[in-house]
Design a protein around this ligand. Structure first.
Ligand code: PMP
Length: 367
């Protein structure tokens, strides 16, 4: 039988596995940082209306520049981040994964490198590999904060073309202070100058604010966002970025023509009309996230400070065995391969109770 290795695949893909969390059929799934709340019925109706209208024109290609959608996203950012953003500052694609891919196709590529501070979102490194960009793993402190001095040194030493800063960080949950991002930006400019991509996939869940105001006067800074988390629309596949208009022009060089389908654009526009309801769910999830942190600590676990819709907890001698024990109690969490730690997504109050019961039970058995 022919397998991958029998095909003439690129050398750097040989022996590698595709990204993916296990999709197991378990009563309580808290493993992929999804929003547990289905879209509200009035929004479902509005999507149906907008998609019906779009369907009448599916014989035509969609708006290649997604102008109406980008205008709506710019208005959302301006309203929520307290920083004026125009359509010319915003670009959208199929999930922020595609945004990141387009950025690496534009600013990375063969002979170039990207650097991220790990553990962090593993797709940054995987998309780097997929685009032929060399990947450099930068350091973090023991407590998962960014070690600024070590980070500046890594940037000066490797002179990467792209630097990723994920805030709040996945899988650890902690946010990076604005002053650190500014210092990293300055180090990256002194070294090359490079592009600095701030991945704000989880920013709506943060106790603090967005770093969008940092875009002022920093043309090499990009902030990437998604509708997968706060908007509860992971199935939609809509990510976007905010940056200097020149960055938006640059990514057009690599985007596939008509990459965002008319159905996607119509659905995302409907979701934007219901922003306030969806942000109401975010407030509930933030409260549940804070409850998870407090209760996990009360049970006796170590917990990393969280500004996201998930919580990293430990420590376990064997995190994979602990993952299994929690799964045996009907709850799926995530083993991200950070030794000693697991990650749980904030779900509904009932799901979180089921999770807390499971880990309380495990702790009891151990003592
Ligand atoms: N960035 C981070 C930090 C993430 O955790 C994720 C998804 N888990 C993404 C980007 C990609 O999200 P999407 O492609 O659904 O927008």
């Amino acid at each position: 039988m022919t397998g991958i290795d029998d095909l003439p695949v690129r050398d750097e893909l040989r022996g590698k596995s595709p990204y993916g969390a296990p999709q197991l059929d378990v009563p309580v799934r808290l493993n992929t940082n999804e929003n547990p709340y289905p879209l509200p019925e009035p929004l479902v109706e509005r999507i149906a209306e907008r998609v019906r209208e779009a369907a009448r024109h599916l014989n035509r290609y969609p708006d290649r520049d997604a102008v109406e959608l980008r205008t709506g996203l710019a208005a959302y950012l301006t309203r929520t981040a307290g920083h004026p953003v125009g359509v010319e500052n915003v670009w959208a694609a199929n999930g922020s994964n595609e945004v990141i891919q387009q950025l690496l196709q534009t600013f990375g590529g063969p002979g170039r490198t990207a650097l991220g501070f790990e553990p962090s979102y593993s797709m940054h490194g995987l998309i780097a590999r997929g685009t032929g960009t060399g990947w450099i793993s930068g350091p973090r402190n023991e407590d998962f904060t960014v070690d600024l001095a070590a980070a500046q040194q890594a940037i000066a030493e490797h002179r990467p073309d792209v630097v990723f800063v994920t805030t709040p960080n996945n899988p650890t949950g902690n946010a990076v202070p604005a002053s650190t991002v500014v210092a990293l930006y300055e180090a990256a400019q002194a070294a090359r100058p490079s592009m600095v991509v701030v991945d704000e996939a989880y920013i709506e869940f943060s106790h603090g604010g967005s770093l969008l105001p940092l875009l002022d006067g920093r043309p090499h800074l990009v902030v990437s966002r998604t509708m997968s988390k706060a908007f509860g629309a992971a199935g939609l596949r809509l990510g976007y970025l905010a940056a200097h208009p020149a960055v938006v022009d640059a990514v057009q060089l690599v985007r596939l023509p008509y990459h965002l389908s008319a159905v996607t654009q119509a659905t995302a526009l409907a979701a934007l009309e219901h922003t306030d309801t969806l942000l109401g769910y975010v407030e509930q999830l933030k409260a549940e996230r804070d409850r998870l942190v407090a209760e996990l600590r009360a049970i006796g676990y170590d917990v990393t400070e969280s500004d996201a819709n998930f919580v990293q907890f430990g420590r376990f001698e064997d995190s994979h065995a602990a993952w299994r024990e929690i799964l045996d109690r009907g709850v799926l969490v995530r083993d991200n391969g950070v030794p000693g730690w697991l990650r749980v997504t904030a779900g509904t109050p009932a799901e979180n109770d089921a999770f807390l019961d499971a880990v309380r039970d495990i702790k009891k058995e151990q003592s």
